[in-house]
Design a protein around this ligand. Structure first.
Ligand code: SF4
Ligand code: SF4
Length: 199
């Protein structure tokens, strides 16, 4: 048994990963029959690197490295729509949250995964401006991640046409703007930090 576990691990899969996610609060994984209802209704799926259905499958297969590097759990808006609609009662939102928390711990020991880099950069910008400034998010998150320099350049180059479309359709401005009562936003962050420190 130990031999077969090692062999699978060598192939890049970790059969224990599923249990790690379940232990972190992600219940119901094994009941998924891949119908895709979760993905079909997800409001954030367009921005995810893997769909919720794929994430569930990847966790079941033990694709630890890929899942912990994914941005999808960090992009998940925790709206619970998928979880409410799942015909198999898979706790998808909780699974996303569990992966996020494992990913943050994992990043702390191995450098910023893409998801962690996105999460940290997003919070940094909202803390300083009170709102998001997308061009800054893209640059900060890309350069903060532990990906190779070549990957970062390739990723940014690939994102340029999308950025141009956003600018053309006035989906984001080219200048960062701070909200008026920034102190209120910062107070919320500080309170959350205090609560987290107590846990
Ligand atoms: S809706 Fe439920 S059963 Fe269907 S793919 Fe998503 S998690 Fe699996
Ligand atoms: S909880 Fe997350 S994964 Fe589920 S539908 Fe909402 S955004 Fe998508």
């Amino acid at each position: 048994m130990e031999d077969s576990y090692n062999k699978t691990a060598i192939n890049g899969l970790d059969p224990k990963f599923k249990f790690e996610v379940i232990q972190a609060g992600g219940e119901g994984l094994s009941a998924c029959y891949q119908c895709g209802t979760c993905t079909g209704g997800c409001p954030s799926v367009e921005d995810m690197d893997y769909t919720p259905r794929q994430i569930i499958r990847m966790v079941s297969f033990g694709m630890r490295e890929k899942v912990l590097n994914a941005t999808a759990p960090f992009i998940c808006a925790s709206c619970y729509l998928c979880q409410m609609r799942c015909p198999r009662d898979v706790k998808i939102t909780d699974i996303m949250a569990a992966i996020k928390s494992i990913s943050i711990k994992y990043s702390n020991s191995s450098g910023n995964t893409r998801g962690q880099a996105f999460y940290t950069s997003f919070n940094e910008i909202v803390y300083n401006l009170g709102r998001l400034f997308e061009p800054m998010l893209m640059l900060k998150a890309t350069f903060r991640s532990k990906e190779s320099f070549g990957y970062k350049i390739k990723y940014l180059t690939k994102s340029v046409p999308l950025g141009i479309e956003f600018i053309k359709h006035r989906k984001f401005s080219m200048k960062p703007k701070k909200v008026e009562s920034i102190e209120e936003v910062q107070k919320i962050y500080e309170n959350v930090r205090k609560m987290e420190a107590k846990e």
